[in-house]
Write a protein that binds this ligand. Structure first.
Ligand SMILES: [Cu+2]
Length: 383
């Protein structure tokens, strides 16, 4: 061994080590086949980085700091024009605003509770190393935020990936049927090659609703409840929006199980790479056309848009595609390719649909890091 070789010339954080190890797994084979970049290139890059003594970690001095303000409001959400649910909403919207930061950033969120009930925010998936009192669990890490009071959470954005936040007070009601959740996307310091290919990024939060309790805030969320409304980003079909893409796009869909039930999302006409689970890139990502996930879970799917058409995207638990007693509702949307003249498809139920961009946060995700409200998801103040 060369005694002159620098020792400890490189320091890897745990997450970097995990991501670099990952390059050596089968995922790179997938990338070889699909992108003709590949394992050799990735390994060469790693070797070059090692031999140059370059740290892959961004110096922590470069981490950005953010101070976001969020309020909790009594609002209502009306699904398919008639079924109203009382919600406790973050910045009056369901789901809440997007928090989009980079791995290692310092984040403060000042939360003001303008409702008549106590709440907290739990930052689901974050490590909270050294900041456990910011984990947002009432009577475990803090006193709940009383009506009219504020609380500021501080944490470091780690690990990277698709995370989410939700209330942790009476979760059986506040999370399962009052819409108290929103997305966090933490970009990795060292994205994998396939992540860099992504041209469009979407967030879908799935939740179910029990109309029996819709107008009874403070009640509900008990065994035996029967959900009868099912939403993606707080809207039931046909009030959801299509994903508008074009041939050649590489789309990333971040599925989040925000409600209380299982979902089995199927995308027609394609397969997709199940790329990450709970924010972590899988060591053995796999191709599928249907993905089952439960409450709290996140899956990132990466799909190569190579088949122009209009394609269904839906929960294959078929009873989740209803609005109350009516079929053709709930957790359904479509992928529309730009190559297909949608308005000319006389049979297409959405041929004249008014398109509302950013329904899946796709516009917000293109912006610089920060917290973004989403007008497409606003509720109305509760009476
Ligand atoms: Cu709450």
């Amino acid at each position: 061994m060369d005694q002159n070789a620098p020792k400890e010339s490189i320091s890897f954080g745990e997450s970097d080590a995990r991501r670099i190890n990952f390059l050596d797994f089968k995922h790179s084979n997938y990338m070889n086949v699909k992108t003709r970049r590949g394992r050799l290139g990735a390994l060469l890059t790693a070797v070059l980085a090692l031999s140059a003594g370059v740290s892959w970690s961004t110096p922590s001095a470069m981490a950005a700091s953010y101070h976001f303000k969020m309020s909790i409001e009594d609002t209502t959400l009306t699904l398919v024009g008639k079924q109203t649910f009382h919600t406790f909403s973050f910045n009056s919207q369901t789901p809440g605003p997007l928090i989009h930061v980079a791995e290692g950033d310092d984040v403060d969120v000042e939360v003001e509770n303008n409702t008549t009930l106590p709440h907290t925010i739990h930052w689901h998936g974050l490590f909270q190393r050294g900041t456990w009192k910011n984990d947002g669990v009432p009577d475990i890490t803090q006193k709940a935020i009383a009506p009219g009071e504020s609380f500021t959470y501080h944490f470091k954005a780690e690990p990277s990936g698709t995370m989410w936040y939700h209330c942790h007070v009476n979760v059986n009601e506040h999370v399962s049927m009052r819409g108290m959740w929103g997305p966090i996307v933490i970009d990795p310091k060292d994205p994998l090659p396939i992540e860099k290919e992504v041209t469009k990024d979407y967030i879908m939060m799935f939740s179910s609703w029990v109309s029996k309790w819709g107008d009874k805030p403070g009640q509900g969320g008990i065994p035996g409840d029967v959900p009868d409304f099912f939403t993606i980003n707080g809207k039931a079909f046909p009030d959801t929006q299509p994903l508008r893409i074009k041939k050649g796009d590489v789309i990333r869909i971040r599925l989040i199980g925000a409600g209380d039930h299982l979902h089995s999302v199927h995308i027609h006409g394609h397969d997709f790479l199940v790329f990450a689970k709970d924010g972590r890139p899988l060591a053995n990502p796999y191709l599928a056309d249907t993905i089952l996930f439960g409450p709290g879970e996140r899956y990132d799917l990466i799909l190569r848009a190579d088949n122009p058409g209009i394609w269904m995207v839906h929960d294959h638990i078929d009873s989740h595609t209803v609005n109350g007693k009516n079929p053709m509702g709930g957790m359904m949307t479509t992928i529309e390719y730009a190559e297909i003249p949608v308005k000319e498809q006389s049979f297409y139920t959405w041929k004249d649909k008014k398109f509302v961009p950013n329904f899946f946060y796709e516009e917000s995700l293109k912006k610089p890091y920060g917290m973004y409200d989403n007008d497409a998801l606003k509720g109305v103040p509760a009476p």
